[in-house]
Write a protein that binds this ligand. Structure first.
Ligand code: PLP
Length: 408
């Protein structure tokens, strides 16, 4: 077989479809987020990032930097082993205690990313629970889908956020089977929020465990930053709360929290937890500092909400159509991969604004979009620049304005 021709053929197809991934080579500047330097063969220029997930700017927070640097100096660079074999330090234990407390659960377990947490926890539970059936929201993240797939459990996909469809599926199944319902709180591409209360009520009726991915909610919602379930007073209703340390908390890593039995079970049986080197202690210390800060400080959350509302209002006035939702994520649908890339290239090349185009398979074909993430560290001036740039681009490319456009 001509392997090179095979690889090139597949890559050329991606390019033809306009969804070949070009990575922007950037350098974030601590203390100056969301500004960064963009490195290209032609040189370096300053840009403003509008598609990041460091929603609260905790990646540059002085307490996070101090804890990370101090632990790096104290403990060195790596963890030195898997959790089982010399890779559990007091920083890992401390972080797991912080996470359990964040979600008001008995125990927490950290993984090297949110992706790994989902893949490891769901595959382990689905494999080992007897005759397990997993009910999965149709818009669940790839990491949950992979975990469910790898579990080889039976799987039922319920319509997105549709509790009646979930109920219909549960009614059809054998009551004696173990059941697990997996869903997200904030859906990252549309920004909509799950009916958590209703899903948990149906789960209870049918004796199912509930597993929520709060990756886009943790740090951002709830009085301690415990996510949407906390903001709605529903933490006790959800059996397993999963999250990331790589978005609002500003570093890297993932976790689950739950009862001490569930956590001990996953800790004891999940290959994705057992057979990999643990997070570096300096990162664990930085994460714990970030969580501790956001548990007691509401100011970042408030500024963030204000900034998201400001951007949405400006888009509305300018007639830039965006998907409305309760959350902070502002998706602007372009509906065509090539056009989407043209828009983001123009933003970057002419306006120094960096927004990564979002294409299939991250979103369905025909819904290609800009996924804008106003953060606590964007200014109103930056938002005004973004709206002005997009208005100009909208006109230039003949894109459709929404009829909410304010009359000038
Ligand atoms: N779950 C959802 C809903 C996500 O959007 C992501 C990442 O974008 C993940 C899980 C994976 O988290 P991490 O980036 O920490 O691996």
């Amino acid at each position: 077989m001509d392997y090179t021709a095979f690889f090139n053929g597949k890559l050329e197809k991606l390019k033809d479809e306009g969804r070949y991934r070009h990575f922007a080579n950037i350098e974030r500047r601590a203390g100056d987020f969301p500004k960064a330097d963009l490195h290209t063969p032609e040189g370096t220029k300053e840009i403003i990032i509008w598609c990041g997930n460091d929603y609260l700017g905790m990646g540059q927070h002085p307490k996070v930097l101090e804890a990370t640097k101090r632990t790096l100096d104290d403990c060195g660079a790596g963890a030195g082993g898997t959790r089982n074999i010399s890779g559990t330090t007091r920083y890992h234990v401390d972080l797991e205690n912080e996470l359990a407390d964040l979600h008001n659960k008995e125990a927490g377990l950290i993984f090297t990313s949110g992706y790994v947490a989902n893949e490891a926890a769901l595959s382990t539970l689905g494999t080992l629970l007897p005759n397990c059936i997993i009910y999965s929201d149709s818009e669940n993240h790839a990491s949950m889908i992979q975990g469910i797939r790898h579990s080889n459990a039976q799987k039922r996909i319920f319509k997105h956020n549709d509790v009646e469809d979930l109920r219909r599926l549960l009614e059809q199944d054998d009551p004696s089977c173990a059941k697990l319902i997996a869903f997200e709180s904030v859906y990252s591409m549309d920004g909509d929020i799950a009916p958590i209360k209703e899903i948990c009520a149906v789960a209870k009726e049918f004796g199912a465990l509930t597993y929520i991915d709060e990756v886009h909610g943790v740090g951002m919602y709830g009085h301690k930053g415990g996510g949407i379930a906390q903001a709605r007073g529903l933490e006790d209703d959800v059996d397993i709360i999963q999250g990331t340390l790589g978005k609002a908390f500003g570093l890297i890593g993932g976790y689950i929290t739950g009862s001490k039995e569930i956590i001990d079970f996953v800790r004891s049986f999940a290959p994705g937890f057992i057979f990999t080197t643990s997070l570096t202690p300096s990162v664990a210390a930085g994460c714990a500092a970030s969580i501790r800060h956001l548990k007691s400080s509401d100011s970042e959350r408030k500024i963030h909400q204000k900034n998201a509302a400001y951007l949405k209002e400006k888009f509305k006035n300018a007639g830039i159509p965006y998907l409305q939702s309760e959350s902070h994520i502002v998706p602007v649908i372009i509906g065509n991969a090539k056009k989407c890339k043209q828009v983001t290239d123009t933003l970057l090349n002419e306006y120094q604004i960096y927004v990564q185009p979002i294409n299939y398979p991250t979103v369905p074909v025909g819904t290609e979009r800009l996924r804008l993430t106003p953060s606590a560290i964007h200014t109103e001036e930056m938002a005004d620049q973004l709206v002005a740039a997009l208005s100009e681009i909208w006109q230039r490319f003949g894109l459709e304005f929404s009829d909410t456009k304010a009359v000038a």
